[in-house]
Each structure stands twice: as structure tokens, then as C-alpha cells.
Design a protein around this ligand. Structure first.
Ligand SMILES: Cc1cc2nc3c(=O)[nH]c(=O)nc-3n(C[C@H](O)[C@H](O)[C@H](O)COP(=O)(O)O)c2cc1C
Length: 209
């Protein structure tokens, strides 16, 4: 039985393009994986813990070889619980709108919470990083949307730090099987036509899983 987790980072509910594309994926995924467990995580639902002073101090305590205590221990536990929900899935679906050339800050918060030594990475002073989710059979499907920037446009329309950053983070964790579903109609493009095409591509990707 496969477990899919949809991590949604648009706060725009029914108006969200990325969410609608993700839902097209999930509708056909459910048809071809009737036994799959599907977990939906709206990052804006208030469940994501902060990664503030106590958590950052805990991280540095761990790096220094110590054991977090008190507030630090509580923050470290919250981060671990968040990671465990993420790690329970073998298929990960992300909906990621472009915000100011990058990803919405709630998704960056998610990344900062779960990216810990011993969860997604290890580090060796000589050899560099190890990628702890490598070889675990995890697959990522990422819906990237934007409204102004698009691949054929020059830098006067912005720069893509959205997929470059997020794909790099996925690879850093060890998840290298990445399927991108892109909707970048641009201000002068055929938004409806492009929407139709990406919804069909999302349904097809969902069917294959
Ligand atoms: C806060 C915010 C910042 C945005 N920044 C950009 C941007 O830098 N470049 C761009 O092309 N579109 C930008 N957009 C437009 C969105 O990326 C685009 O409308 C996208 O499809 C939104 O996804 P959603 O409908 O799933 O929320 C921005 C939208 C918002 C709300």
C-alpha cells in the first residue's frame, strides 16, 4: 500500500491554481491506487511549529554534541513530530506557488523545521553532506505555478529561485525522483489553454503515481 502526502503551500483555497492542479493529480491517483492512504497537509492550518529561538538553540546544542533540555527539548520534539508525518509518505506531492521569485515563507518554515541532522542530513567535515532519505524509494511530484515569470522570459520578468531552490532542497534530502508539473502562463500567455494542458498532465502523472 502506498502513502501519499500532499503538502500545500498556497493560502488561496478554492482560488488556488496549484491546489487545483494537485487535486487533479490526486483524483486520478486515488483511482489507480484505491488502497493508498492519502494525507492532506495545508501548511496554513496552524499545525506547523515555529523554528525560533528554542529550536535554533536546540539545533546548535545537537551540533555541539549535547542534549537539548527544557524549552529546547520541547521545540526539538515538535520538529521531530513534523518530520515523522513527512517521512511516513512514500509519494510526496507539493503545491508551490512562486512568491517573490521564490517559495511561500510557510514552505520555507516547513523546510527549516524538518531539515535536521539525523532526519534529512548528516554532515562530515571532510566529505560534506550525506542525504538520509536516499534509497528509501521516495518520489516527489511538485506543482510549480507563477503568473508573471515563465521559462521563455528574460530576467526583466523575474528569476526562478522557486524550482531551483526547492528541487535542490529535495535532492539534498536524498529525494531525486522528482516530477515537475508546471503552470507558468505569464501575463500574455493562453492561461486557459495552459491550464487545460497541465490538468491533463497532472491526471496522467497521478495515474502513474
Ligand atoms: C505574495 C505573492 C507573491 C507573488 N510573487 C510572484 C512572483 O515573484 N513572480 C510571479 O511570476 N508570480 C508571483 N505571484 C503570482 C503567483 O505565483 C501565481 O498567481 C500563482 O499561480 C499562485 O499560485 P496559487 O494560485 O496556487 O496560490 C505572487 C503571488 C503572491 C500572492
Amino acid at each position: 500500500m502506498s502513502r501519499v502526502l500532499h503538502i500545500s503551500s498556497s493560502p488561496r483555497g478554492g482560488a488556488s491554481e496549484s491546489l487545483q492542479i494537485a487535486n487533479a493529480f490526486l483524483d486520478s491517483y486515488r483511482e489507480t491506487h484505491p488502497d493508498a492512504e492519502v494525507d492532506i497537509w495545508d501548511l496554513w492550518d496552524g499545525s506547523l511549529p515555529p523554528f525560533g529561538p528554542a529550536a535554533a538553540a536546540a539545533k546548535m546544542t545537537i551540533f555541539g554534541g549535547g542534549t537539548p533540555e527544557g524549552e529546547q527539548a520541547a521545540a526539538w520534539r515538535d520538529a521531530r513530530v513534523t518530520f515523522d508525518r513527512f517521512d511516513a509518505a512514500d509519494h510526496l506531492l507539493f503545491s508551490v506557488p512562486m512568491w517573490n521569485a521564490s517559495v511561500p515563507y510557510i514552505l520555507k518554515q516547513f523546510i527549516d523545521v524538518i531539515s535536521q541532522p539525523g532526519t534529512v542530513f548528516g554532515v562530515d567535515p571532510q566529505a560534506g553532506y550525506t542525504h538520509l532519505l536516499e534509497g528509501r524509494g521516495k518520489k516527489a511530484f511538485v506543482v510549480y505555478t507563477s503568473a508573471v515569470w515563465g521559462p521563455p522570459l528574460g530576467s526583466e520578468f523575474g528569476t526562478d529561485f522557486q524550482s531551483t531552490y526547492f528541487n535542490d532542497w529535495l535532492r539534498w534530502t536524498g529525494i531525486t525522483d522528482i516530477t515537475e508539473l508546471r503552470y507558468h502562463p505569464t501575463l500574455t500567455g493562453d492561461a486557459d489553454g495552459e491550464r487545460q494542458k497541465i490538468h491533463e498532465a497532472a491526471r496522467e502523472a497521478g495515474r502513474r503515481g
